[in-house]
Write a protein that binds this ligand. Structure first.
Ligand SMILES: Nc1ncnc2c1ncn2[C@@H]1O[C@H](COP(=O)(O)OP(=O)(O)O)[C@@H](O)[C@H]1O
Ligand SMILES: [Mg+2]
Length: 316
């Protein structure tokens, strides 16, 4: 274990201190900018060009969720900034984020601070190959057959890389370097952090949970800004909102809902509606906050747990 430095402030840099030995040094904190409006025209032109190319040539404008009704609700793509998915334990947050990571259409860095990389690959393999998770663990497949399925899964998500942050803290600077490497020559990358709570806990900073989470959220928002890309943060749900969800249901800090580009709440669909196929659970993804479209929509999904697969059933 490396020694943990102690911090006394809760600024965005609070999580930058403890980094793996291979990680780069922290850049100077960004300075505020004085901006006569005309200086925005360069950025405006490149955005207009990107939107035009997306429409006329089918060039990706950014990562999509791969769920049609969610993409429509969020304005077509996951826009740059911090997006939050919260839900109770076992709601399927990891499954949803992993599916989005694999179907987003652009390179993706999936930072896992809870679930081991091999289990994530097993989940990807279940979804991609249509093999029940249990069968991938039971020994009923020959090693060769099992490996063939894993290879098939890997080939179907060529742009996806995992960052294993289960035993070591992935500092913001390390994440930025990793995301740039994963993005390669392309324009877009999606960064997923599963979960923001676990990731920030691993930082080892000596702060109360509220301040630590604030620092974590600030750091992820800054990361999104530096990369010009969306960061999808998985958030635990606070106890009071465990069943009801809502905008302020993320545990530990109000900054989740204030900072988020979108806030999505994942819950079992208690109201029912048309039941999904056998073996699937009806879930609802509530668009509690949305800076790129209307908020308040309730998107109906079916979750096949054994296959770790979500399908879109439309808007409730
Ligand atoms: N072998 C399996 N068979 C059926 N469902 C499973 C299996 N493994 C996991 N699941 C489902 O996946 C859910 C866990 O999803 P996960 O994405 O890990 O949840 P979260 O990240 O929200 O805690 C479980 O609650 C269960 O419904
Ligand atoms: Mg999870």
């Amino acid at each position: 274990m490396t020694e943990r430095p102690h911090r006394t402030t809760a600024g965005n840099g609070a999580l930058s201190e403890r980094r793996p030995p291979s990680a780069p040094e922290t850049d100077a904190a960004p300075a505020p900018r004085l901006l006569p409006l005309g200086q925005l025209l360069g950025a405006w032109e490149s955005e207009a060009q990107a939107a035009f190319d997306a429409r006329t040539k089918g060039v990706a404008r950014g990562p999509v969720s791969g769920l049609a009704s969610l993409d429509e609700a969020l304005g077509g793509v996951l826009h740059p900034g911090l997006h939050i998915v919260h839900g109770g334990p076992g709601a399927g947050k990891t499954a949803l984020a992993l599916q989005m990571a694999g179907t987003c259409g652009v390179p993706c860095l999936y930072v896992t601070a809870e679930m081991r990389p091999l289990e994530l690959l097993r989940r990807i393999t279940a979804r991609v190959t249509g093999t029940y998770l249990g069968r991938l663990k039971s020994g009923e497949l020959t090693p060769a057959d099992s490996l063939a399925k894993a290879r098939q899964a890997i080939q179907s998500v060529p742009g996806l890389a995992l960052a294993d942050a289960c035993d070591a803290f992935a500092a913001p600077d390390w994440l930025r370097e990793a995301a740039v490497a994963v993005r390669g020559d392309g324009r877009h990358v999606l960064v997923v952090v599963d979960s923001v709570h676990s990731w920030s806990e691993a930082s080892g900073v000596d702060l109360p949970e509220y301040d630590r989470l604030n620092a974590a959220i600030g750091a992820l928002r800054a990361l999104a800004g530096q990369l010009g890309c969306p960061v999808l943060g998985i958030a635990e749900r606070n106890r009071a909102s465990m069943t009801g969800g809502g905008l302020n249901a993320s545990a530990g800090s109000r900054r989740f809902e204030y900072t988020g580009e979108s806030v999505l709440g994942l819950s079992v669909d208690e109201k029912g509606g048309t039941p999904p196929p056998v073996g699937e659970t009806p879930v609802v993804l509530h668009v509690a906050k949305n800076r790129n479209g209307a908020a308040g929509k309730r998107l109906r999904l079916a979750f096949a747990g054994a296959l770790q697969r979500f399908t879109d059933l439309g808007t409730a």
